[in-house]
Design a protein around this ligand. Sequence first.
Ligand SMILES: [Zn+2]
Length: 245
Amino acid sequence: MSPLNVRDPSSPRLTPIAGRDPEAVSPVAIVWPCPLPVDAYVAAGRKVEVPRPACPSCGEPLVFWSGYWRHVRAGGLAGGRCPKIFVPRVRCGPCRVSHALLPAFVLAWRLDVAETVGAVIGQVAGGACGVRPAAARAGVPYTTARGWVRRFGARAPELGAGFAALAVELGGEAIRPAGQAGRFALAAVGAAFAAAAGLPGWLGLGAWRFASSVSGGRLIAANTGSPFLVAGKRRFMPPVPSAPP
Ligand SMILES: [Zn+2]
C-alpha cells in the first residue's frame, strides 16, 4: 500500500488487521469520520449511509456484512439518552476478516460519545475544574468520568507525542512538552485538530471526533499495546469533504 495522503480524501488508509484467523473478527474497528449529529445517525437505523472502505490488508473493496446494535449515551437526544445505533460490519472475502465500522462519535468500548468524554477530559486535564463538577456538567457518573481522566492521564505522554507529531506533519504548530503530561496531550490534540481543520472535511467533525478517528477509537482504550495511528504511519480514513453550499 502507498503511504497515506491525508490531503487526498480518495486514498483512505485504515486501521490494521490484528489477525489472519479464518473468519476473524478484527478487534480493531475501522473508525470513519462521521459528520452526522448523533440523533441523525440514530434515526437512520440500519439505513445509515457509511462509506465503503477498502481492505486495510489487501486493498480489495470490503463488502457490507451484517452488523450489530449498540447503545450510545449522549445528552439532548430525542427518544432517551441511551439509544441504540447500528454499527455495520464490513468483510474482506480474500482475507476472511470482518471489521466493525464505527462512527467517529463513539469510542471503542465506551458508552458515552466522544464529545462528552472530550469535554470532561478537556476541563479536567486543562485544569479548569476537578472531575466531580465536570462529571456533573456532562451528566455522567463520577466514577465513569474519573475512569476517562485516569486513562487519558496514563496515556498522556504517548498521546501528546503522537498528536504533536501529527500536528507538525499536517503543517501545524509545534507543541513542546509542557511540564504536565495531561496538559501537553490536550494541547497536542488541539494543535493537531487545528492543523487538520484546514484540510477538507475535518473542521465540521470537531476535535474529539477527529481524535477518535485518528486513534481508531482508542483514544482512552485500556490496551495501550495497540498501535496508535499517528506520526508517520497514519492509517485513518480521511473525511469526505462536504459539498460546497
Ligand atoms: Zn483483504
